[in-house]
Design a protein around this ligand. Structure first.
Ligand code: URP
Ligand code: ZN
Ligand code: ZN
Length: 460
């Protein structure tokens, strides 16, 4: 039987308009006034916004750190939290660790996610070991629906790759059609500064941002963009944390380069005062790049409002405060990353309610742009006929208290504890099935599917 959501306002990347949404066989069938037909099941969503399901293009679920530590959220808990927060698809960073083939890395992530996910999922593949045999695997990986890759300019000694490798990978991806996502921080200087700080007995969390200041991100962004310019390949800069890094991106775009920019709620709302020695919980906020001086917020919001940032993702990489983040001998040993997959849509709407961005802009940042950039469009990212019926019904008259007391994230804190957001996620539909309604899941079954992405990125 077809389902019709009636009486709500549909949000597209361009506008907000009154329309019914008719759903049949898990797909959007029709969007328009009086879309219902005889025998359809009608659900009244008067007064609510019908948003395309969120797409979180940057998560790390079930990520091992190599020292026995694993992220607190795995695919079951991470995707459940995503769905409860209005996100119907995540793109998680599968990782090829040193010595592994790309096939092995991907197979590992399928084992973790398949049949265990509550929302749909796709994978980027992080490359940490580049050689001729790995290069030879790229076409098969892209054929398997994994069309974006990641490399790290930071994390010396573990994930970091050098500039020559970045250049070679971009050159190769230009031939095969994949997109490279890059973590930009100068890992060599971060490592040197960390040793310098530790040598001076400066071990507390407050020294984490000192070891990796804004300049080191700005420098790495600039270097990356020289490399991608010479390779003639597009590039996607993950988790841009500062206004000066954004400037570098704008400069490269002014030369005609294709550069996508992603930021995250933590860089829009939280700041480095949280690392203060007076904050006993400072370790909770250790992530890389670190939280920045508050002055960056205005610049990043302005970039969002001018459509200069393409995507807001979370970089959800959760570790418990008790037993994981709080147990370390010095700041370099604190596992990096923050939880946030459940609160992204709420925090974007908070920006809408404060007049920072419009609702169509929120939809672009949260759903349509990630779908277009990463080859999920038009199957996902927008409420248009033929697309998957992934929808988030948002109640602008509701309220949500963000708290670890009742979140679905399997981690003992949220960086946004006690924040009240002026909206509520009323329901979430995954391919036409309502999976979440007013605070509870309506199914126990992990219905999420792996989404093979298109070989062509940048579908404008
Ligand atoms: O601190 C962070 N961001 N941890 C997750 C891994 C990464 O760098 O994206
Ligand atoms: Zn990163
Ligand atoms: Zn990340």
């Amino acid at each position: 039987m077809a389902l019709v959501l009636s009486g709500g306002k549909v949000v597209s990347a361009a506008s907000v308009f009154q329309a019914d949404v008719r759903v049949e066989n898990g797909l959007i069938d029709n969007v328009g006034l009086d879309a219902a037909r005889a025998g359809d099941e009608i659900t009244d969503v008067s007064g609510k916004f019908i948003l395309p399901g969120g797409i979180d293009a940057h998560t790390h679920f079930d990520l091992p750190l190599g020292d026995g530590t694993r992220t607190a959220d795995d695919f079951p808990s991470g995707t459940k939290a995503a769905a409860a927060g209005g996100t119907t698809c995540v793109i998680d960073y599968a990782t090829q660790f040193r010595g592994e083939s790309l096939g092995r890395g991907l197979a590992n992530w399928h084992e973790l996610a398949d049949g265990r996910s509550f929302c749909d999922y796709a994978f980027h593949l992080a490359l940490t070991d580049w050689n001729a045999s790995v290069a030879g695997e790229l076409p098969a990986v892209i054929e398997a629906g994994v069309t974006s890759f990641k490399m790290y300019m930071a994390y010396k000694g573990s994930l970091q790759v050098d500039d020559g490798v970045l250049y070679n990978v971009m050159t190769e991806l230009k031939k095969t059609g994949g997109l490279l996502c890059v973590h930009c921080e100068n890992g060599d200087i971060t490592a040197a500064r960390s040793l310098e700080l530790l040598g001076a007995g400066k071990k507390q969390p407050e020294y984490h941002p000192v070891s990796r200041p804004e300049e080191l991100e700005e420098e790495a962004v600039g270097r990356l963009l020289v490399i991608s310019g010479l390779a003639g390949a597009p590039v996607y800069v993950v988790h841009v944390s500062s206004a000066r890094s954004m400037k570098k991106i704008l400069e490269a775009r002014s030369y005609g380069q294709t550069v996508f920019a992603e930021t995250c709620p933590q860089y829009l709302y939280l700041d480095d005062s949280l690392y203060s020695p007076r904050n006993a919980d400072a370790a909770k906020y250790i992530c890389s790049p670190p939280l920045r001086d508050k002055k960056n917020h205005a610049g990043l919001w302005e970039a969002l409002s001018k459509n200069l940032v393409d995507v807001v993702a979370t970089d959800h990489c959760s570790f418990n405060f008790k037993g994981q983040k709080d147990m370390q001998a010095d700041f370099t040993k604190i596992p990096n990353g923050l939880p946030g997959v459940q609160s992204r849509m709420l925090l974007l709407y908070l920006g809408v309610s404060r007049g920072r961005i419009t609702l169509p802009q929120m939809t672009r940042l949260a759903s349509e742009n990630p779908a277009r950039i990463f080859g999920l469009y038009p199957g996902k990212g927008s409420i248009i006929p033929g697309a998957d019926a992934d929808m988030t019904i948002l109640d602008p008259d509701g309220k949500t208290l963000i708290t670890a007391k009742n979140h679905f994230q399997n981690v003992d804190y949220t960086p946004y504890e006690g924040w009240e957001v002026p909206c509520a996620i009323e329901s979430v539909y995954l391919r036409g099935k309502r999976i979440f309604h007013r605070g509870s899941f309506t199914t126990d079954r992990p219905l999420g599917r792996f989404i093979r992405r298109n070989a062509t990125v940048l579908q404008n």
